[in-house]
Design a protein around this ligand. Structure first.
Ligand code: GLA
Length: 385
C-alpha cells in the first residue's frame, strides 16, 4: 500500500480523486504492560507499518461513506444515526467515532464525506491498527474542514477519546501517543498521568522483530475491560487513585491483605512501572543486556501475575529468549493473543527468525508471521499524489 495506490483505489470507488491523504503508523509496546491507564509510564515505538486514510468532501449533506480496501462495498451512513455497528462493519465505529470526537473537542467536522482506508498493518495483532486508523482519520477529516493539523498531544487525545467513548474500549494513551509522537530512530516514553511525551534514542546497532501469532486479540472482546476493572478495584482497595502511586515497598507491606488475584494484578502493574524506569536508565548507559533482562521479566509478569499471555505467546518468547543474538522478548500490547516483540543485535537474521518460527510450528502452533521492523515517524498528512 502507498498513497498512489490508495488514491487510485479511491478514484475507482468514488469516481473522483481524494482531497486529502493522511497516514499513521502502528506501534510496538516496548515495555510498560497495562501501566498506561494505571497512571504509570510506558515506552513504545512507532513502526514502519501504517494505516492510510483518503477522504473527500461529498456534495450530499448528512451522508457519510466509509470503505476499506478495494473489494469491500462502501457503507453509507446518515450522519444523524450513530448506532454502533457490528460484524464486518464494526471497524467503521473507529473512524465514525473520530468524526464524533472532533465535535466533542469543539473542532469542526465535515458534515458529508467519502472515506477510504488502506493498510499494511496486520489487524488484531496488538500493533495498534485501531489507533493508527483513528489518527489518520482525524488528520484527514480536519483537513477537509480547512483546520490545520492539531498538535500531536491533541491528536492523540482525540483518538483515545474516540476509542474510550464512541467505541467503548477503556484504553490508555500508549497507542495513540506513540502513533502521534513517533520518530524514526527513537522510542516514545510516555508519562501517562500528564500525559507527557518524550523521545528516547534507540541504539543504532539493534533490530526489532515482531512475531505475529495470528491468534487474534480483540480488545473489545472484554478481557481488556476486565483487567482494567480489576486494576481499578486494586487501586481502590489500596486507597489510591492510580495503582502506580503505590510505592513498591508500601505495596509489599499491604499485599497480603488483598484477595490473591487482586494482589497479582496490582503487583504486575506496580513492578512493571518500575521496570519502565529501569529500562530508561539502562538505555541511557547503553546496557542492552539489562534492557533485555527487563523485557523478559515483563513477559514473565504478564504470564504469571496479569495472566494476559497465552501458550502460543509463551512458546515464542521462550524460543526467542534462548536464541543467540536476542537481548529479550515479550508479548507486546494488550495480550490475550497478538504478537511478541524481540530486541536483537545485528547478528540475528531473517534466517534465524524463520528457524524460530519453524521450531514454534513443530510444537503444534500456527506458523507466525515474521516482521522485521524499523522505527518510524508519527501520524501526518501526505502530499496529494
Ligand atoms: C492496548 C491498549 C493500551 C495499553 C496496552 C497494554 O494496546 O490500547 O492503551 O493499555 O493495551 O499496555
Amino acid at each position: 500500500m502507498n498513497e498512489r495506490i490508495l488514491s487510485e483505489n479511491f478514484r475507482q470507488r468514488y469516481g473522483r480523486t481524494p482531497q486529502v491523504i493522511a497516514r499513521a503508523p502502528g506501534r510496538i509496546e516496548f515495555i510498560g504492560n497495562h501501566t498506561d491507564y494505571n497512571g504509570g509510564a510506558v515506552i513504545g515505538a512507532a513502526i514502519d507499518r501504517y494505516v492510510w486514510v483518503a477522504a473527500a468532501p461529498a456534495n450530499a449533506p448528512g451522508r457519510l461513506r466509509f470503505a476499506s480496501g478495494l473489494d469491500g462495498q462502501a457503507v453509507e451512513l446518515p450522519a444523524a444515526n450513530t448506532t454502533k455497528l457490528s460484524g464486518a462493519e464494526a471497524w467503521i465505529n473507529y473512524p465514525r467515532g473520530v468524526w464524533q470526537s472532533l465535535r466533542d473537542f469543539n473542532l469542526p467536522a465535515p458534515d458529508a464525506f467519502d472515506l477510504l482506508v488502506g493498510s499494511d498493518l496486520p489487524t488484531g495483532a496488538g500493533l495498534s491498527s485501531s489507533a493508527a486508523l483513528e489518527l489518520a482519520t482525524a488528520l484527514a477529516l480536519l483537513d477537509l474542514t480547512g483546520v490545520p493539523a492539531p498538535a500531536p498531544a491533541t491528536l492523540a487525545a482525540i483518538g483515545r477519546h474516540a476509542e474510550n467513548i464512541h467505541v467503548g474500549v477503556p484504553c490508555g494513551i500508549l497507542d495513540q501517543g506513540t502513533s502521534a509522537f513517533g520518530r524514526a530512530g527513537q522510542l516514545v516514553h510516555i508519562d501517562c498521568r500528564g500525559p507527557a511525551f518524550y523521545l528516547l534514542p534507540l541504539p543504532s546497532d539493534v533490530s526489532l522483530w515482531v512475531f505475529n501469532t495470528l491468534e487474534k486479540h480483540a480488545l473489545v472482546d472484554g478481557l481488556y475491560s476486565t483487567r482494567h476493572r480489576e486494576c481499578q478495584d486494586a487501586a481502590t482497595a489500596l486507597g489510591a487513585t492510580w495503582l502506580t502511586e503505590v510505592a513498591p515497598a508500601d505495596f509489599n507491606a499491604r499485599a497480603a491483605g488483598l484477595p490473591p488475584k487482586t494482589a497479582a494484578r496490582a503487583r504486575h502493574v506496580i513492578e512493571e512501572n518500575e521496570r519502565v524506569a529501569a529500562v530508561v536508565r539502562a538505555l541511557g548507559t547503553g546496557d542492552l543486556q539489562t534492557v533485555g533482562a527487563l523485557l523478559a521479566a515483563s513477559h514473565r509478569s504478564s504470564r504469571d501475575l496479569f495472566e494476559n499471555s497465552t501458550p502460543t505467546l509463551d512458546s515464542l518468547v521462550e524460543l526467542l529468549t534462548a536464541a543467540p543474538g536476542v537481548y529479550g522478548a515479550r508479548l507486546t500490547g494488550g495480550g490475550f493473543g497478538g504478537a511478541v516483540m524481540a530486541l536483537t543485535d545485528r547478528s540475528f537474521t531473517a534466517a534465524r527468525a524463520a528457524d524460530i518460527a519453524a521450531q514454534h510450528a513443530a510444537r503444534g502452533h500456527p506458523r507466525p508471521e515474521i516482521i522485521e521492523l524499523h522505527t518510524a515517524d508519527g501520524a501526518r498528512l501526505l502530499p496529494r499524489p
